[in-house]
Structure formats: C-alpha cells, structure tokens
Write a protein that binds this ligand. Sequence first.
Ligand code: NAD
Ligand code: WQD
Length: 338
Amino acid sequence: MKVLLAGGAGYIGSHTAVEMLQAGHEVVIVDNYYNSSPEAVRRVEKITGKKIALYEADATDKAAMREIFTKEKIDAVVHFAGMKAVGESVAKPLMYYRNNLDTTLTLLEVMKETGCTKFIFSSSATVYGDPDSLPLYENAPKKACSNPYGWTKWMIEQILMDAAAADPELSVVLLRYFNPIGAHESGLIGEDPKGIPNNLMPFIAQVAVGRRDHLNVFGNDYPTPDGTCIRDYIHVVDLAKGHVCAAKYAESHKGCEIVNLGTGKGSSVLDMIEAFERVNGVKVPYEITGRRPGDIAVNYANADKAKELFGWTAEKTLDDMCRDTWKWQSQNPNGYAE
Ligand code: NAD
Ligand code: WQD
C-alpha cells in the first residue's frame, strides 16, 4: 500500500514510518514542521535504507493536499497532524480546535474527492476521562475532557464515526493511544519536545542528561499504592507496529472501529523513576509537588481487542522503554537540533 502519514515527521509518525517501510509499504509524509524537523525523516531513511516522498505542507491547505493525493495515489491515511500540548490548548483553544479539526476535515474531503477510503486516526485515552472502572475497554463511556486538546480528540472521533456511517466505502480506525514513550532502538529517532517537556518521560530524560536539575512529581496523595498517578506506558515502536496492523485491517474493513493501543499494565510515577535509574545507571533527582490540575489517578487499557482484530500485542517492557529513551536522549542531548 501507499500510505500517507500526515504529521509523519513527528514523534509517533517517524516511528510509524520505519515500521511501515519495513513491512513493505510505500510512505508519503506531509508535515508543516510545526513541532518537528525534516531531520527525523532523513534518519528514518537511514534506519530503513528506503526513500520517503516528503512534502512540507499544511494539512489544512486543501489545494496542496489535493495535489499530493492526486500525484501520489494514496491508498490509506494515518492522521498524526495535530497539536498535542494540553496546557497550551487551555491558553489557545481556538488554535487547537482550528488545527486539529481542520486537518481532519480537509484530509477527509480530499480523500473523498480522490477515492481514498482508509483512514487511521491518532486518538487518545484522554477521551475516557476519569474512568468508572478499570481496565478501560473500548466500550467504556466517553467522558468530559479537562482541556481543549482532549475535546479535539473527542470531537474528531465523533466526526469520523459520522463520516463512516454516511459513506459505506469508508474504513475508519480510531486508535486510542495510552502513554507512548521510548524511542527506536537505534537511538537515531525519538521524542524531541520543544521547550519545557509537558510529559513525564521526556522530562525524566532531560533531567538525567543534565538539561534540567530535577523532576517535579505532581502529587503523592492519590489513592494508589505509592500515592503517585498510574499510567499505561507503551513503547513507541510497539505503538507504531499497531498502525501497520490497523492499515492491514482497513484493507478488508468498512465502517468505524475503535481500538485501544496500550499494554494493559499500569506503572506509577515513582515506578518510572526507579526503572529509569536502575536500567540506565543514572540519577533522576525529584521533588514531590502539588497535583497537576486535570490529572486522573489511574488509567490503563484492556488491550484484548487489538489482539483479536489485528493480532497485535505490545511486546516491549518498561525496561526497554527506559533503555531506548536514554539511548536517544544521551546520543542526541539537544534532540534534532545538532
Ligand atoms: P508530534 O507533535 O511529534 O507530531 C505531530 C506532527 O504533526 C508534528 O510533526 C507536527 O509538525 C505535525 N503537524 C501539526 N499540525 C500540522 C498541520 N496543520 N499540517 C501538517 N503537519 C502538522 O506528536 P506525536 O506525539 O507524534 O503525536 C501524534 C498524534 O498522536 C497527535 O495527533 C497526538 O495528539 C496524538 N497522540 C499523542 C500522544 C502522545 O502522548 N504523544 C497520545 C495520544 C495521542
Ligand atoms: C504522566 C504522569 C503526571 C510530568 C498526557 C495527555 C494525554 C496524552 C498523553 C498526548 C502523570 C506525572 C508528568 C512531570 C509528573 N496525550 N508527571 N511530572 O497526563 O497521562 O497524558 O499525555 O498527546 O492526552 O493528557 O501523561 O506524561 O503528562 O503524565 O509527575 O513533570 O506523570 O502527573 O501522573 P498524561 P504525562
């Protein structure tokens, strides 16, 4: 298949490009480098020894998208092209709604015009909100989100369900990611956040490499064994492989399917610090501070549906995630900037 990765120069997109190429697919990437660098794509080519058709373009630009779809004859789209910083989305909600919804609508419209019928979407476990019960199954109710970023995922899911209901030719797979971390085992690609990291693992890595002096642990008074929040951390390479499976599934599927991509196991913030220090032989100084508004105490997936539909399960361990994060961070202390 020829697969368009919208936002494919980013963290999850670049790892997915590697897995798609290694599975024998052709890859086209569209990215405006809002939160990424073309260097990531060059490194994907280095890892795989294969070429990528790379376009610098905004996925909200319909004329540009039309030209790319017509020229490249795209079979399937994986839509990563969104803004994802929770705090920023609270400060700039219109920018988030405009970008995340508009990229989705533009891609869907151009797909319709050009006869492309397979759409895989980067959704998030954030749409489950504060869970009534655990683990989280795909049929758990969608709850109110605590920020505009989460609402964009919530709304886009609804748009995609409606689009699939109206078009019998369309195959939509909504992939609800839990907490992707880690990096490719080569150390050539990884997560390169701009500015101060919002997420736990990049922050831990930057403390370990000396870019920041300590980690703030946001609360140790949650109803969990050690008092810190529990999440389902999943290796980005396992996550990337989930997209290859979803694309294969979409070949013979019509309608809209929701699939969790998680490991089914929860780890606390202190578990993550302990594992990172032990696996990598480094220190991660930390201080306990107040809770971060909007954080929920615990979430983790039930990942059975991905196994049933795709034959996919996460294979990598927490130690793999910590080791690969450190390899990427220590080899590229300033990310792609050098
Ligand atoms: P990322 O920021 O590294 O990648 C997103 C890419 O999209 C970037 O390369 C960015 O430049 C590009 N982009 C944004 N708007 C664009 C536009 N209008 N036109 C073209 N390109 C555009 O983020 P990521 O971590 O790789 O996440 C990929 C997707 O997965 C996002 O939609 C994100 O919301 C979703 N997601 C991420 C996580 C996570 O923890 N990383 C969890 C759940 C869902
Ligand atoms: C994990 C845990 C923090 C930073 C977010 C989005 C979600 C999804 C993934 C992205 C929490 C704690 C964190 C720090 C800390 N989307 N923490 N100190 O909040 O589960 O999910 O990213 O596109 O939509 O909400 O992930 O990595 O931010 O936090 O103690 O400096 O680490 O409180 O318990 P989260 P996270």
